[in-house]
Write a protein that binds this ligand. Sequence first.
Ligand SMILES: [Zn+2]
Length: 142
Amino acid sequence: MPETTNKIKALVSTKLTQGYRKNDFCYVPENELVRRAFVCEKHMEDPDEETCGCNRAFEGIRGYSTTTAKVAFVDMTREQYIDEYVKTNPFAAFYEKDEDYRKEIEEDAKWFLKAADSFEIGTVFEFRAGKFDVRDVEKGKL
Ligand SMILES: [Zn+2]
């Protein structure tokens, strides 16, 4: 059968399950692609610290953060996704000259794709201390 679309599964921002944790937040518009957020050094250990939330959040590719993301179809190829993921990295200006760093970001993009691809459309994820976890939408709480 001929390929008619370029749809891939990826993680996008969602407000679904917001409030399952008391320190949830979602400032990324619904359905925007998300990626790994930059985690500040002082918050590496504690995803629940109350000052910035970096270690329990995804980052929208256009900025802002959310503690919740879902698996959705997006209309792009894997290559376009990886390119977008790399290009919109806040440190893009630096790794243009740093091939190793670029590779690292690409690997991260592939890891995100793999996570999305392993679950059904609509599955809600959180991302705490560098680890994905699925939220139980049916149950309505953690
Ligand atoms: Zn932080």
